[in-house]
Design a protein around this ligand. Sequence first.
Ligand code: GDP
Length: 326
Amino acid sequence: MLNPFENIKIPPKTENLIKIVIDRIPKIGESTVKEREIKRISFYAEQLKKYQEFISQFPRIENLHPFYRESIEILADINKVKICLGAMNRGVMLSLRVIERYKKLIKTSDEKEANRLMRQCIGRVSSILRARKQCIDWVIDLATQLKKLKSIDPTLPTIIVAGPPNVGKSTIVSKISSAKPEVASYPFTTKEIHVGHIDTGLLKIQVIDTPGILDRPMSERNKIELKAINAIKNLNGIIIFLFDVSNSSLYSSKEQLDLYNEIKQLNKEVIPVLNKIDDKNEKLYEEIKGQIKEKAFEISAEKGIGLDTLLNYVITLIQNEQILDK
Ligand code: GDP
């Protein structure tokens, strides 16, 4: 599925649109003065079509996949989106009516009046738009941001790689993906997310890491981050939780296990994976392994150890649709 905002055409913001009109007017000529002024104000109407098109292309929030709805909620109040699209629409309708009225006035005016009427019309329409400028510009900015959310496809089964910073999340994403993962920015996090794909022949699976999202205790999170977790929860998939059992681990066994237990509460299948087994710290390894009740995989993402076994297990799980039906 395409990002529903991917193809939306972003129109110029209010002042830019007005400037396009003002700059163009002197260049528009016609054989008679009246025809020229009508053509000039018609040019404004044409520009306003960009706003009409934008409004009609803007996806209906209630029809969006919950992943996108939650992503929008991170950036904006959904009610404000509706209010601003409404304000933009009314601004356009009102402006078009004004232009139609002035066309008639110019037709029945004398030549001397026509130029004054044209200028009056441009002024009125610009005021109508400026009165709604904050809303119009805000909703255009929002669409610009949403258009960029293009790599995560919420309709694909997804392997979500979680775990504290520096445990090897982006390494495993790149090691198990068929092609080089894309780098995407999302409103959930200031960090970049890696998005890769695995093609099993039967199924296309998406793999993402979650820097800045599923990597810290919930108690340290702000409202936006909690919404980010909601967005992630709406992806159809399983979580691979990476532990770092190496000598270079930045986190104690307790810190890692506490986070693991929190992630398990997200109501998704969570597979515990002990990474960096090539540089195993016996104490850390034993402490973590001893506390995990579930079957834990042991891998080295960097050296490629244990990845096939893990991947086969995950793919079978997804193919059995145990998680697709959740
Ligand atoms: P992220 O912050 O969780 O995405 O972690 P990265 O994937 O960026 O990896 C952090 C560091 O750990 C990098 O220096 C990697 O080279 C290293 N690393 C990742 N996997 C392994 C592994 O299996 N063994 C060892 N020894 N180092 C690893």
